[in-house]
Design a protein around this ligand. Structure first.
Ligand SMILES: Cc1cc2nc3c(=O)[nH]c(=O)nc-3n(C[C@H](O)[C@H](O)[C@H](O)COP(=O)(O)OP(=O)(O)OC[C@H]3O[C@@H](n4cnc5c(N)ncnc54)[C@H](O)[C@@H]3O)c2cc1C
Length: 173
């Protein structure tokens, strides 16, 4: 950040935006001028999920290993499901795989469903073509474990394969 002259302000959040003045106001009252504001809105389930009554404390209660909700035959995957794993696409993908496996077992009346393993990979761009990687495993041991792979140029191919293999599988691209 220092190299690129980027300021990092930990422990503060943007409380409001004054668009007319192009100012972001932090929760301690500090005002920050901006040309372009890029922000992620507060994370929550859509109103339709709240209205359904499936959410408890804001998120849908599920069995973290099978993704079954408290309603028979209803599953929840993705950010709305309270699995205890991070709310990231890679975890939604793993959870969806477990649901698909469970549905196939139920429909075909054979085999054993593969449970959600809580495993995910996250790539971190360091600039200059270097990529770091974190692999986390939430459920296979007594407590979550993680492995960090130092940023390198070699990991770029790994990241590109992560993306291209999914584009091929999901969209035939
Ligand atoms: C800035 C940012 C960066 C991220 N980076 C990563 C990353 O690098 N790696 C990673 O794994 N994850 C990343 N994530 C997280 C990832 O995007 C989410 O975990 C993932 O998209 C969750 O999938 P989902 O299907 O549960 O929800 P979503 O992708 O949010 O899909 C929900 C969909 O439901 C639609 N919807 C809402 N209400 C209704 C309604 N009433 N009727 C019909 N449709 C409705 C929404 O429009 C939306 O399309 C990032 C998220 C953000 C915000």
């Amino acid at each position: 950040f220092v190299e690129r002259n980027i300021g990092f302000i930990p422990g503060r959040r943007v409380a409001s935006i004054d668009n007319a003045r192009k100012v972001a106001i932090l929760d301690d009252g500090v005002e920050m001028q901006f040309d372009l504001f890029l922000g992620v809105p507060r994370h929550r389930v859509p109103d339709v999920v709240i209205a359904s009554g499936m959410a408890e404390n804001g998120w849908i209660t599920v069995n973290p290993r099978t993704l079954e909700t408290n309603y028979a035959g209803v599953y929840a995957v993705g950010d709305g499901a309270n699995t205890g794993t991070p709310k990231a696409g890679v975890f939604a993908e793993g959870a969806a795989r477990a649901v698909a496996s469970d549905l196939i077992v139920k429909l075909t009346n054979s085999g054993t469903a593969k449970q959600y393993d809580g495993f995910g990979t996250c790539y971190i761009e360091f600039g200059g073509g270097r990529i770091g990687k974190v692999e986390v495993d939430f459920f296979s041991g007594p407590k979550p474990t993680g492995t960090y792979h130092e940023a390198s140029l070699a990991l770029r191919a790994d990241k590109e394969h992560f993306g291209s293999s999914r584009r091929a599988r999901w969209f035939g691209m």
